[in-house]
Design a protein around this ligand. Structure first.
Ligand code: CP
Length: 308
């Protein structure tokens, strides 16, 4: 089976294909078109070992809109709490004959491990610091719809780049689609050798946003610091917060945030809720992108020609 464990390994034409597929669902969802039943009879298991609002709900809505039977496994209520290993959980899900499994896990690489153990397509809903591929696809779709194209857009990704799977997947997707990507973070939250990922690193946010078309803000992930230095909220907002004053310098730029937001830290409420914000559009694109991914990844099993 073909899985979606990351943007890494996808060709640019495959990313574009998934975005084009998602585009059809955006329109259908807006028209309240009759639910499509193409996943009728298939069982989709959402196995979430880490908290989620947007990703879990949109994968559930996406599966249901396509007619799948959707079952959610929350780790907090599962036998994971009794010490069951990840491999045993994977084999249990497999024995239940799931047709597609969506996984979020706190460990980088956990989704790949499960994908190797089961007999159905696996979609990564975020694994540790590694990847969050459907987030990057929905972000690319939101940019493409607002700007007409991703290619040539100057996109600034600012915040905790070091711990962010959203940053990693977005860097891979946006550079594959020929955007001009800048990353901005305090040096303690910047991964090494960013030039090898074909992006330009900045530690000065005011420099980074000069002439930006899109500014994507990320949360400081205190839960992934491993005892490292955590900047204070006040200090972070002062140097890296997207405030109305900073945004006034780039009045045509699109403001994005994958959520959950720390209002008043990396982004001010007036900016998050303001005219330049595409944050609710990102959430809307999430359902369409996840419908496209569920459809495309189950095509082979349904006897429909696979993807690209
Ligand atoms: N953007 C994102 O993954 O949000 P959740 O953690 O709420 O799913």
């Amino acid at each position: 089976h073909r899985h979606l464990t990351g943007i890494e390994g996808l060709q640019p034409h495959e990313i574009t294909f998934l975005l084009d597929e998602a585009e059809n669902w955006v329109e259908a969802n807006r028209r309240h078109a009759k639910p499509d039943k193409r996943l009728d009879g298939l069982t989709q298991i959402n196995a979430f070992f880490e908290n989620s609002t947007r990703t879990l709900l949109s994968f559930e809505i996406a599966g249901k809109r396509l007619g799948a039977d959707v079952v959610n496994m929350h780790a907090a209520q599962s036998s994971v709490k009794k010490g069951e290993t990840l491999i045993d959980t994977a084999q249990t899900l497999n024995a239940m004959r799931a047709d597609v499994i969506v996984i979020r896990h706190m460990s980088s690489g956990a989704v790949r491990l499960i994908a190797d153990k089961v007999d159905c397509p696996v979609l990564n809903a975020g694994d540790g610091r590694h990847e969050h591929p459907t987030q990057a696809l929905l972000d690319a779709l939101a940019i493409r719809r607002r700007r007409g194209s991703v290619a040539g857009q100057r996109v600034v990704i600012c915040g905790d780049i070091l711990h962010s799977r959203v940053a990693r997947s977005n860097i891979l997707a946006l550079t594959a689609l020929a955007a001009d990507v800048r990353v901005c973070a305090p040096s303690t939250l910047m991964p090494p050798a960013m030039d090898r990922m074909f992006v330009t690193p900045f530690t000065d946010f005011d420099q980074a946003i000069t002439d930006a078309d899109v500014v994507m803000m990320l949360r400081v992930q205190n839960e992934r610091m491993d005892g490292g230095y955590i900047p204070s909220s006040r200090e972070f907002r002062l140097r890296y917060g997207l405030t109305p004053e900073r945004l006034a310098r780039i009045p045509d730029a699109l403001v994005m945030h994958p959520g959950p937001m720390n209002r008043g830290v990396e982004i001010d409420s007036a900016v998050a809720d303001g005219a330049q914000s595409a944050i609710t559009e990102q959430v809307e694109m999430g359902v369409a992108v996840r419908m496209a991914c569920l459809d495309v990844l189950t095509r082979r099993a349904r006897g429909v020609e696979g993807w690209a």
